[in-house]
Design a protein around this ligand. Structure first.
Ligand code: ASP
Length: 348
């Protein structure tokens, strides 16, 4: 971290644990736009290329980013988004998604949506064909059916098996038994949530007309309490976009982001002069400062979980940051082609 950054930035000076912040410098930040730009979370390498292809053909940024994330929504191998996403505690896949369109300032979103493979497309239709922003659960599905979306079984065999393994190993006190032998006594190991139970895709873009739009789509936290909604479909949390300033989106522990509205914060910090990477680090710091419950902290008092942010500004600069750990990445496509770039991080 450069010392000039520390002196310049009040948030890092005042942040209680700020000393650990690491900027990636030129890799992800400070890149002037020569044309359109697309960014996405690390699972969006194909997504940014697809969105860029649509933009180069003249598509509006919102149409392009939705087309990009559709690739991941329909991919049964990605267990964190759309078809093949891990289900809730009852084995039902419930999807969340939101879109935001910079030129009109309009947003659309769906939450706890069941049976529809492309929740981002439904969110887009909410934006286009209602006077509302957010539809949930049965109402969201009825709206999707009204607009011709087929209702399908989204629980793939792979996701079902992972869910059954989770359920059978949840407790040694219930009557669900994982595979066991005749001599086994304590059947069912303590279940631990791991990183593979998180995941989402965020994508934002600037199109040929210089307009900005964003989308975030997810199956949310694996094995969640039925009806639980994360940050992804909440405007200002899972994504935010202002055509005059830039856009931001998130992946990771949604509850922490819901209590900080960090995508809105990132766009406002960019409006005040932060680079995308600085603004994303500020959002990480805000979450760290707000994480006061001991059960959410590690032995050093730092957040024990991760949230990642991805941002671009009107000038076409891109950057991202996450709370914990080097090695985080984001996907970027611009005039130089598609590539992965490093995220800054707050704590090692
Ligand atoms: N942010 C998502 C949620 O909380 C999950 C994730 O990105 O892993 O639903």
């Amino acid at each position: 971290m450069s010392s000039s950054f520390v002196t310049r930035r009040t948030f890092l000076k005042t942040g209680s644990l700020a000393g650990a912040a690491v900027l990636t410098g030129g890799a992800a930040g400070a890149r002037r736009r020569q044309g359109p730009v697309v960014i996405a979370s690390a699972n969006g390498a194909g997504c940014v290329a697809e969105a860029m292809r649509h933009i180069q053909e003249g598509a509006d940024a919102l149409d392009a980013v939705v087309a990009g994330v559709n690739l991941v929504e329909e991919d049964p191998q990605d267990t964190s988004v759309g078809y093949g996403g891990l289900p809730n505690a009852e084995g039902v896949v419930q999807l969340d998604s939101a879109v935001m369109h910079g030129p009109t300032g309009r947003a659309g979103a769906v939450a706890a949506l069941e049976g529809i493979k492309y929740p981002s497309r439904v969110a887009h239709v909410v934006l286009q064909r209602t006077d509302h922003v957010l539809l949930v659960a049965k109402g969201a599905q009825a709206f999707a059916r009204m607009h011709g979306f087929p209702v399908e079984n989204l629980l793939t065999e792979r996701a079902r098996q992972i869910w059954v393994r989770w359920r059978e190993n949840l407790s040694t006190q219930d009557d669900y038994l994982p595979p066991h032998g005749p001599d086994d006594i304590d059947i069912g190991e303590a279940f631990k949530r791991t990183q593979e139970h998180w995941g989402t895709i965020h994508c934002s873009a600037i199109d040929l007309g210089g307009n900005i739009s964003s989308v975030t789509t997810t199956s949310g936290l694996a094995f969640k309490v039925p009806g639980r909604v994360g940050d992804s479909p909440i405007i200002g949390a899972g994504l935010y976009c202002d055509n005059e300033v830039g856009a931001a989106g998130s992946t990771g522990r949604g509850e922490a982001n819901l209590e900080s509205l960090a995508s809105f914060l990132i766009v406002e910090r960019m409006r005040a002069g932060d680079s995308p990477e600085e603004a994303c680090l500020a959002a990480c710091q805000r979450i760290a400062d707000q994480t006061r419950l001991r059960r959410l902290q590690n032995e050093r008092g730092e957040p024990a979980f991760n949230v990642s942010f991805y941002a671009l500004n009107q000038a076409g600069e891109v950057g991202g940051a996450r709370i914990r750990g080097a090695g985080g990445r984001m996907a970027v496509a611009d005039g130089d082609g598609a590539r992965m770039v490093e995220l800054a991080h707050l704590y090692d």
